[in-house]
Write a protein that binds this ligand. Structure first.
Ligand code: SAM
Ligand code: SF4
Length: 329
């Protein structure tokens, strides 16, 4: 069936990120704008049964892996129900989740029982004051407790997402490598993208993947690690302290030619590319359970998929309509 989800550049789509809400308890400086920001009205947010129709339909077209994201997916009531229902869909091999970690202590057992085994947790600083600053007032200790509880519950692998930002956390790259080694966690450094709160983004803030590796090599030797199934765009390394590190370079080294990912927003739009505002509105087809119409529109959306995006370390003139919290990363 996979031929249905191929684009004109011969890329096949197997991976769907589903933003279950644009709401978030955090206000990360780079993600949520400080001005002119409105949440999607409740009536326009897909209900769980709508999401299940969309996932089931896409699974019939070749999607095999689902990542739930947001906003903060754990703020949506009874997310475990959605997780376990997605797990019952025949062609879905795995459901994962990306979270800011703040509600993990409370929900980790529940989401584990519902079927989550791998998880990504965002953590941009290991210093209390910086963590509070970047998240809009949240306590580092609570997130570390959540991570510990996730380890104890048996989630594996746990990937820690670090947005690398010059002048904010560039002096913590080695601390994160130690943290990964000591706790058997996989830390992934992500280049800072100009999407979200554009006011906070300047090209001078990007630390490129090469720069990150250079910093790492001051203290550690490293060797490349081969990618497993569904590993995504990170280039992975094993460091001499045993840490597994991933580097994700959407800006300095585009990975668009390997893209296998589509995104469904909480208001029912299919966004074929993170870094393009092109979207196809599936809301009506989802609400009316119109599989034929849905399938036609999915094919249309794949035509919107460009071969590459045009953001580089030299800068970005694009202004994106959606914030990252309204896309899901
Ligand atoms: N709330 C959840 C979280 O923070 O993990 C899930 C949604 S969040 C939008 C998904 C990921 O996008 C997070 O790892 C976050 O750090 C990342 N992100 C948000 N804005 C970004 C930006 N401008 N550049 C790079 N990564 C960004
Ligand atoms: Fe919320 Fe995640 Fe955005 Fe932070 S990065 S504001 S936690 S959606």
């Amino acid at each position: 069936m996979n031929e249905n989800l191929k684009d004109k550049y011969n890329r096949t789509y197997k991976y769907l990120r589903v933003s279950v809400t644009d709401r978030c308890n955090f206000r990360c400086k780079y993600c949520v704008p400080t001005h002119d920001f409105e949440f999607i009205p409740h009536g326009k947010i897909l209900k769980y049964e709508d999401i299940l129709f969309a996932v089931e339909s896409l699974s019939q077209l070749g999607i095999e892996k689902i990542r739930l994201t947001g906003g903060e997916p754990l703020v949506r009531k009874n997310i475990s129900y959605l997780i376990s229902e997605i797990g019952k869909i025949k062609n879905i091999k795995e459901t994962t989740l990306t979270t800011n970690g703040s509600l993990l202590s409370k929900y980790v057992n529940e989401i584990y029982d519902a079927g989550i085994r791998r998880i990504n947790i965002s953590l941009d600083s290991l210093r209390e004051d910086r963590y509070e600053y970047i998240t809009g007032g949240f306590k580092l200790n609570e997130i570390l407790d959540g991570i510990n509880k996730a380890i104890k519950t048996g989630l594996n692998p746990i990937k820690i997402n670090v947005v690398a930002i010059k002048t904010f956390n560039d002096d913590e790259i080695l601390d994160f490598c130690n943290f990964a080694g000591e706790n058997n966690l996989n830390v992934r450094f992500i280049e800072f993208m100009p999407i979200g709160n554009n006011v906070e983004w300047k090209k001078e803030h990007i630390i490129t993947g090469d720069e990150i590796l250079k910093i790492i090599s001051k203290k550690f030797t490293y060797e490349p690690v081969k990618k497993g199934n569904f590993e995504g765009p990170a280039v992975n390394y094993r460091l001499s302290n045993g840490a597994k590190i991933g580097i994700i370079t959407p800006i300095s080294n585009h990975f668009c030619s390997e893209c296998d990912k589509l995104r469904l927003t909480a208001d029912g739009k299919l966004r074929p590319c993170l870094l393009s505002d092109n979207e196809i509105n599936l809301f009506d087809e989802i609400k009316s359970r119109d599989f034929a119409g849905f399938k036609e529109k999915i094919k249309e959306s794949l035509k919107l998929k460009e071969l590459d995006h045009n953001i580089t370390n030299d800068g970005c003139t694009a202004k994106f309509k959606r914030t990252m919290s309204k896309i899901g990363g």
